[in-house]
Design a protein around this ligand. Structure first.
Ligand code: SP5
Ligand code: ZN
Length: 341
């Protein structure tokens, strides 16, 4: 299987607020390096750099004004004299009346985010583009006839909605790839999200559409991030009704229950009969993950890949979360090796 990877991800590295203090983000450069090292060590296949794409390729999944905001956010922040990372600290929640975009960067950061989990520094935009471009290059390989590809994206994307960042995500790499697939003529696409966290951003982007089926298996939002989406009764709206499938699972879920959900996802996928499948591949379902609550083991990831292969659809794997840095390489690549058979 071909891997698409850019070392430009290193330009992005941030902090997060945890237990009342600022510390290095769990979402750090070593994550992608570990996965790449494992791709090479196992001889999974060639590794290529992403092609470059115009930023208009991100519009569709995202709004034009959000893409513009992201591209310019660091410069607007730095123009105020600050050299620290940019983080939002105020949000337009229920009850606050204004829906206008603020003129000042501190207000814009809140307007275009869901949490304080996506810091922006001088290199963030370049890294974010390289990540989205990896997914775009991957989907173009599928259009060119490949049966599968692996976009080793960093930063991840599935928490980023049409007009917001959050949860370590900025551009929704999987959604951008799925959207391109449709624009290039596919009638139906599916996104299957197996990251521990609900893919709220991908859901947001495709919620009113019937051409892109979104399925997410994740920790029950009653007790897990992102808390405000991912319930089973979120099924899509308007023409999109019935094309959003959430499969929340309790804390402590191990492979037997996870596998049952995967097979349920497979049945829904078969009914949709997509031309292509994008898998949002998070491995924070691992038993040792520092921020999540499932109990998958290293060998289970081979089985996940095997099951996805049996769906019989050309598949682009897009890297999402996974924070036990010593293990994410083996676990992510096990999915790909399981798929290869
Ligand atoms: C892409 C992705 O996996 N994003 C996840 C973002 C999660 N952000 C909030 C995590 C809060 C978890 N707090 C648990 C602390 C355990 N010591
Ligand atoms: Zn996650």
């Amino acid at each position: 299987m071909l891997t698409i990877y850019s070392s430009d991800h290193r330009f992005h590295h941030g902090v997060e607020l945890k237990d009342g203090a600022v510390s290095e983000s769990f979402e750090k450069p070593a994550r992608a390096e570990t996965v790449l090292a494992r791709v090479m060590a196992t001889g999974l296949g060639d590794v290529v750099s992403p092609k470059s794409y115009d930023r208009s390729s991100y519009v569709g999944a995202h709004s034009e004004r959000y893409v513009q905001f992201l591209a310019g956010a660091w410069n607007e922040w730095a123009a105020t004299g600050r050299t620290c990372q940019a983080l939002p600290l105020v949000w337009p929640v229920r009850g606050l009346p204004s829906t206008e975009v603020p003129q000042f960067i501190d207000g814009k950061l809140g307007f275009y985010s869901m949490d304080a989990g996506s810091p922006i520094n001088a290199g963030t935009w370049d890294a974010v583009c390289s990540s989205a471009n990896s997914a775009l290059t991957g989907i173009d390989r599928l259009s060119g006839g490949a049966r599968s590809a692996f976009a080793l994206c960093r930063p991840p994307g599935h928490h980023a909605g049409r007009e917001y960042m959050g949860g370590y995500c900025y551009l929704n790499n999987a959604a951008i790839a799925a959207q391109r697939c449709i624009e290039q003529g596919a009638k139906r696409v599916a996104v299957l999200d197996v990251d521990f966290h609900h893919g709220n951003g991908t859901q947001d982007i495709f919620y009113d559409r019937s051409d892109v089926l979104f399925i997410s298996i994740h920790g029950d939002p009653a007790v897990s991030f992102p808390y405000f989406s991912g319930h089973a009764d979120e099924r899509g709206v308007g023409p999109g009704e019935g094309f959003n499938l959430n499969l929340p699972l309790p804390k402590g879920t191990a492979m037997s229950e996870f596998e049952r959900a995967l097979l349920q996802a497979g049945a829904a996928l078969a009914r949709h009969a997509p031309d292509a499948l994008v898998v949002s591949l998070g491995v924070d379902t691992f038993e040792g993950d520092p921020i999540s609550h499932f109990r998958l083991r290293t060998a289970d990831y081979l089985r996940v890949g095997e099951i996805v292969e049996r769906f019989g659809v050309p598949t682009l794997f897009v890297m999402e979360g996974g924070y036990m840095v010593d293990e994410i390489g083996v676990n992510a690549v096990n999915v790909l090796l399981g798929f290869e058979g």
